[in-house]
Design a protein around this ligand. Sequence first.
Ligand code: GLN
Length: 497
Amino acid sequence: MLRHLTISGLTAKLARRECSAREALQACLDHLAEVDGQVHAFMSHDAADALAQADAADRDLAAGITHAQKPLLGVPIALKDLLAHRGQPLNCSSKIFGNYRSPYDATVVEKLKAAGAVVFGRLNMDEFAMGSSTETSAFQTTLNPWDLTRIPGGSSGGCAASLAANMAFGTIGSDTGGSIRQPAALCGVVGVKPTYGLVSRYGVTAFASSLDQVGPFGKDVRDAALLTQVLAGHDPRDSTSIPRPVPEYLAALVPDGGPRPLKGLRLGLAKEYGVGGLDPDVDAAMQAAVKQFQALGAEVVEVSLPHSEYAAATYYIIAPAEASANLARFDGIRYGARVNGKDPAELYAKTRGAGFGAEVKRRIILGTYVLSSGYYDAYYLRAQKVRTLIRQDFLKAFETVDAILTPTTPTAAFKVGEKSDDPLQMYLSDIFTISCNLAGICGISVPSGFTKAIASAPRLPIGLQLLGRPFGEETMFRLAHAYEQSTPWHLERSPLA
Ligand code: GLN
């Protein structure tokens, strides 16, 4: 069936004119109508606008435009609800935007369109990307297509769940502390957090600007590498975007099946990540992955990241601090929802009181506190110093290894409601993913196995994380692809696919 294809499978079919872009989009829309009433991945979608884009792609294909010219020509791609898409609603799954519609395209949306993609749909997320389960969305909780009693991860839960259920061919999310990699792992798809500065943040609603990075979800590593290729590149409209040429990521993927294709590459296992009682299924998948990498010719050695025990504490000072500043703009004056008051102060307070949910308020309060005079040195400044130490740990490790191997998450998908009353437990879902953002390096999650089915749960996907050098995406993709192609995990699809 059309919707089961990867992007590379779909573009091959489109190129041979065995299907049309309209049919590919229709396959997504039909399946969305069939299963999203259960999954709740989409906030909205504009079928008329998407069909017009698909018809334009079909005209391009008829005119002989190739996928070498437009690599995503005719491919339906859906967006996390924080990327500006001209004419479409943007809510960040928050009530504070009211009836806002984006007046312009984010740079990444411009790039997707220029590559020929059919950009459709707004995907549910944790409110302002603050969360690990989509439960902080002000509108709906997305459910995991592998088990509808469980969360899909977050904050880009809609991205991962919609892809795992084949409602899109690729999706674009954002990752501030794990929000792409963690849901990718819990939904059994591939998710990429590019190096800070590789992908433009222009038109992406800011959460924590020094940590936020846009990245793709793909059904396999090849698709994820292709999408990264399209998204990457310098943008003068984002001052933190780095002016450097983007390598050819697909060329870095080794041909399938060669003997010991990873010979000469070294992988690190952080000794600090093994301790503390990993979940047995996650641990078993990790051990098997290490053996697999060795069989592929890679050398696996121990490395040390001595400051990793401070990563969560550091992140939960820096991210809320930046969020408290970024979210100050939502004051009910220029755009979004407004609750009137007798004077401006009351208007602000009422608007923000009604517009933000509990988790967002918690972060703003925490962030304002750590930045306030008297506490700035003790918290914010100290966290910045520890952040530098965490980055130095990684740079030191990368002197001896090409990438670091970790589980993506401490456990498989948890139950809806299981952690929503316990913010600390929720924050610990990101224990393996947040250092990557603090260090500004790149990371990917690839499917690496399943939990054993038990009476209370079916088998659930598990993810493996590879962390690469700053701008080391080529090697990261090469490692991830060789592993993926030598294991069966990425071929399994959720029951709702
Ligand atoms: N779960 C983390 C948080 O709540 C990370 C979220 C993200 O990467 N956007 O902040």
